[in-house]
Design a protein around this ligand. Sequence first.
Ligand SMILES: Nc1ncnc2c1ncn2[C@@H]1O[C@H](COP(=O)(O)OP(=O)(O)O)[C@@H](O)[C@H]1O
Ligand SMILES: [Mg+2]
Length: 244
Amino acid sequence: MTDNINYSDRETIIEISQLDKIYTTGDINLKALDDVSYIIKSGELVAIMGHSGSGKSTMMNILGCLDTPTSGTYKLDKIDTSNLDDNQLAEVRNKKIGFVFQSFNLLPKLKSWENVALPLVYGGVNAKIRKERAMEALRSVGLENRANHRPNELSGGQCQRVAIARALVVKPEIIMADEPTGNLDSASEAEIIEIFKKLNREGATIIMVTHEDNVGQNCKRIIRFHDGKLIKNEVIDHEFYRDI
Ligand SMILES: Nc1ncnc2c1ncn2[C@@H]1O[C@H](COP(=O)(O)OP(=O)(O)O)[C@@H](O)[C@H]1O
Ligand SMILES: [Mg+2]
């Protein structure tokens, strides 16, 4: 996909304003996110970085509509998620977000294409179309020739590519990944970074949590957290943000 739209003309997909998340355990309150505000626009490839305990996973769970903030607002595609009940949140999540996890979360007994097709089974898509769309998603991560392999017949990097294909199969607005290279050797890590960059060039908006500097340096922008606060917004791809 050619890409000559200016950053300022791009659509805002995520808008976080003055967001707090407080965990209460017994009589102790822990502020895991503290007055966080930022936006993410279509076509971005953003790394969320910070030390262990800085609030990255808490942020990701809220972005993924798996958890809700204590205060502040989160708008996803202009929808204010604080007004939604659990069923509506699940619907937004299933329609708009593809998730990739550190531990792949593939079902060991299913072939690659069957793992990829699973979200469509839950979505009620018919069997023939499920297989076609699964194969299409596997093709986009370069794994159509492993469609009939099971996870134990694949390398870690290949398993993660199957998991990325599974995230893509519902054609989500945005892909979210929490430490997607955390369980991989450096060759597989490079393979996964390349896949995310390719999908991003083709138009996907991607947010990934990572604590690896070289993963962050391959993104367009890094958002850094420390003790629940957003402490730094760091542009890596100056060409992408040239008009702001
Ligand atoms: N469910 C929870 N209950 C209580 N405290 C939590 C919970 N989840 C995370 N925390 C705390 O919130 C802070 C941020 O955690 P987390 O978002 O997991 O950080 P990171 O992903 O950056 O390592 C940490 O101090 C952590 O101990
Ligand atoms: Mg974490």
